[in-house]
Design a protein around this ligand. Structure first.
Ligand code: NOJ
Length: 749
């Protein structure tokens, strides 16, 4: 449709029809007359309101969605197509590693491709839009949703978020196999106080703008069609009613013209927040803030009409929202092709597309982070004198739930376990055995998930027998690989924890195995950085595999046996213990700095019972070879403000990287900058660039980074954004702790 036609349509719509466009309901409301009655009366909606609703979430299947589209378009006076959305987070039928793992790849193009594949699978099943990417900055490992973010760094998150948006939407969201992306959760959701889910967020305006806003803004600039509000308060105002955030910043400053959707029930929650006295006020506040779609409440449905008729809410607010929704539907081509790419053949497809599977297998090792290795990895594929046989002992040996809690649409049986991968590994001649030893969940433990209810149904005796068998298998082996970690339902939404270790019953198994065989390689599954002190002290190697997705088993076996190397570097620090949290690399210096180990007296900034540094710092991770760095050299010692790059406002920092090992390997070369003095305190390090460099054994290469004045900008004392003259350090190395640096200055001409 042309924009004139859209305007004409809008002008012709009744008030009820317009309000309908603002309502989003789950597929349950479309489950047939009888079945929808319960949910409708529970939510206080009428059949007519449901018939008029503009979008549906969490329902998939080409045949089903085609049917809903046809039925409900017929019911609507102007036959406006429904918009179908769902949480396609780290894959659809093919599941990729969780977003936090993807961040560790330091390869946004990899995530772009994952998003492209997910979009294709989702579009074929009838979806038009996803609630992804989540670009919330996360620094508190207690919060369950850190798994949905790409980590603790604003620069990295911005790159990943926009890469995912490009992957979902392509050049034109109306094209085949493309879906609209939704940047979430605006704003600051990743910083709940104490790490407790949905808790209040307190950020100074400077910190918000400096650290938390850039990734949302980049998402908007990358063209995301939607933005979702967050559940939290920010500065004591819930985001969903926060006019300053939504109108002044998102729409005003950043020029966002797309659709703003509330998070699930967030408009109604304005009452629980104590900011709206009743639903009328909640409707008023949310619409005033510019929230276009009300996800899963009756607030807009039942509390806008009268207020608009009485002139309490201007019709222009409503019209502006409806127009944005119609525009999105139009961009997706839904007026011409209401079912877009829905294809029943996909519903019935016997297996995942082979190319998608192959990509998932190749991509996952790029997200694995090798945290420790004394040389035991990679394992030999054929028996050697030292490694005559290998035991795999731990609850993740045959676990199919390896996709993370936000993977809602895969077929469980299509996931490859470690045991299956071992059974299929034709090139392995070293004898392998396996035993679970325990369940991922403890005795009797159970928990509700978004997909299903999980429970440890084993009896005590069965568990004891499992453990005894595991210890026996471990004793007889030369090396024990222990796949263990969090249950995926202990991460994700609603899964904040105050203890962030590997579950204690699994640690007991670990200790019993260690007592009979200390040659342990831990394969750690989790959705958050864990306190890995004990395993990293005792095990000979620790491989962090997060939740690796459909091809997890193959990817892990490929990596352990050296078919491929672990390519990930931490995108979120692994704390020494939970008491350090939040701990992140780009902290501000204090007036009384302390370096771990230094004898600098009592009154310095430190813990007396733990180091300041995390156990594993941001950017850290090993491959199977080693690299050396030459000292950093700079093309010039100073930069001049306000000039063009060629005239001296930029310089180049370089190192020579050498593969000093005996295998080819890939290094993530990282550039950090420190501003030595500014009008406000500046972080001790900020990531400003990185390159993945692959070198053969003995090979060297010069790796260069351009440093521009733009990279030195920040929110200055008066909140203007720009650089300040002074001294800087440029560090280039393999993690955020690198001391390999050189100094330069920025000066006024
Ligand atoms: C609530 C979550 O916070 C959000 O991320 C998700 O997209 C919606 N539910 C829809 O499922």
């Amino acid at each position: 449709m042309t924009s004139e036609q859209i305007q004409t349509l809008l002008a012709d719509m009744s008030l009820q029809e317009k309000i309908g466009q603002l309502i989003q309901l789950t597929g349950v409301f479309y489950a047939g007359e009888g079945m929808a009655t319960g949910p409708m009366s529970e939510m206080g909606l009428t059949r007519e309101q449901v018939d008029m609703a503009g979008s549906v979430l969490s329902s998939v299947g080409a045949a089903r969605l085609k049917n809903i589209q046809k039925t409900y378009m017929e019911k609507q006076p102007h036959h406006i197509p429904l918009l179908f959305m769902a949480d396609v987070i780290n894959g659809f039928r093919t599941v990729f590693p969780i977003p936090l793992a993807q961040g560790c790849s330091f390869d946004p193009e990899l995530s772009r491709e994952m998003a492209r594949v997910s979009a294709r699978e989702a579009a074929r099943t009838g979806l038009h839009a996803t609630f992804s990417p989540m670009v919330d900055l996360v620094r508190d490992a207690r919060w369950g949703r850190v798994m949905e973010s790409t980590g603790e760094d604003p620069y990295l998150n911005g790159l990943f978020g926009s890469a995912m948006i490009r992957g979902y939407q392509g050049e034109n969201v109306g094209e085949k196999d493309r879906i609209a992306a939704c940047v979430k959760h605006f704003a600051g959701y990743g910083a709940p106080m104490g790490g407790r889910e949905y808790n209040q967020v307190e950020l100074s305006e400077r910190t918000l703008r400096q650290d938390y806003m850039p990734s949302y803004r980049q998402g908007v600039e990358a063209g995301a069609e939607l933005v979702m509000t967050s559940f939290n308060t920010l500065g004591r105002v819930p985001a969903t009613a926060n006019r300053e955030l939504m109108q002044d910043i998102l729409r005003g400053e950043w020029g966002f013209e797309g659709v703003l959707i509330s998070d699930w029930a967030a408009i109604r929650e304005l009452l629980a927040h104590g900011i709206a006295a009743d639903r009328d006020e909640a409707a008023y506040l949310a619409l005033r803030a510019g929230v276009d779609i009300d996800m899963m409440t009756d607030v807009y449905a039942n509390h806008l009409e009268r207020q608009i008729r009485e002139g309490k809410i201007p019709m222009e607010w409503l019209d502006a929202s409806v127009l944005r929704i119609l525009n999105l539907k139009n961009k997706l081509g839904l007026f011409e092709h209401p079912c877009k790419d829905a294809d029943e053949a996909y519903d019935g497809a016997a297996d995942i597309e082979p190319a998608h599977r192959a990509f998932a297998r190749k991509a996952a090792p790029e997200t694995f982070v090798l945290l420790k290795n004394d040389g035991i990895l990679p394992l030999p594929t054929a028996p050697t004198e030292r490694v005559r046989n290998i035991a795999f002992v731990g609850p993740y040996v045959d676990e199919k739930r390896i996709c993370g809690s936000w993977s809602l649409f895969y077929n469980m049986e299509e996931n490859v376990t470690i045991q299956e991968a071992l059974e299929q590994a034709r090139t392995l001649t070293v004898p392998v055995s396996w035993a679970k030893g325990c369940q991922v969940l403890d005795y009797g433990q159970e928990r509700d998930g978004f997909r299903d209810h999980v429970k440890n149904t084993c009896g005590r005796e069965e568990l004891e027998a499992m453990e005894a068998e595991a210890v026996r298998v471990a004793r007889e082996a030369d090396v024990v690989v222990m796949p263990m970690g969090e249950h995926h339902e202990y991460t994700g939404e609603g899964s904040a924890r105050t203890e962030i270790g590997i579950p204690e019953h699994q640690m007991e198994l670990f200790r019993r195995v260690y007592a009979v065989n200390p040659n342990i390689v831990v394969v750690s599954f989790s959705g958050r950085p864990l306190d890995l002190r004990e395993v990293s002290r005792k095990a000979r190697a620790v491989l962090q595999v997060w939740f690796p997705g459909t091809e997890g088993g193959h990817a892990i076996v490929d990596t352990l046996f050296g078919e491929t190397e672990p390519g990930g570097r931490l995108s979120m620090s692994f704390p020494y213990n939970v008491g350090q949290v939040p701990v992140y690399y780009s902290e501000l210096p204090t007036g009384r700095p302390h370096l771990d180990g230094a004898a600098d007296g009592r009154c310095v900034s430190r813990y007396i019972d733990a180091p300041n540094k995390p156990l594993y710092v941001f950017g850290y991770g090993m491959g199977y070879t080693t690299f050396s760095y030459s000292p950093v050299t700079l093309s010039r010692g100073d930069m001049v403000m306000g000039k063009k790059a060629a005239e001296g406002s930029a310089l180049t920092a370089a190192v020579t990287l050498t593969n000093t090992g005996s295998r080819p390997g890939t290094e993530v070369v990282q550039l950090y900058i420190r501003d030595m003095a500014g009008s406000v305190a500046r972080p001790v390090r900020e990531l400003k660039g990185f390159q993945r460099v692959t070198l053969g054994p003995g090979e060297s290469r010069q790796v260069c980074f351009d440093i521009t004045e733009e990279m030195l900008r920040f929110y200055r004392l008066d909140m203007s954004y720009g650089a300040e003259p002074g001294q800087f350090m440029a560090y280039i190395g393999s993690d955020s702790d690198t001391q390999n640096g050189a100094s330069f200055s920025l000066r006024q001409e």
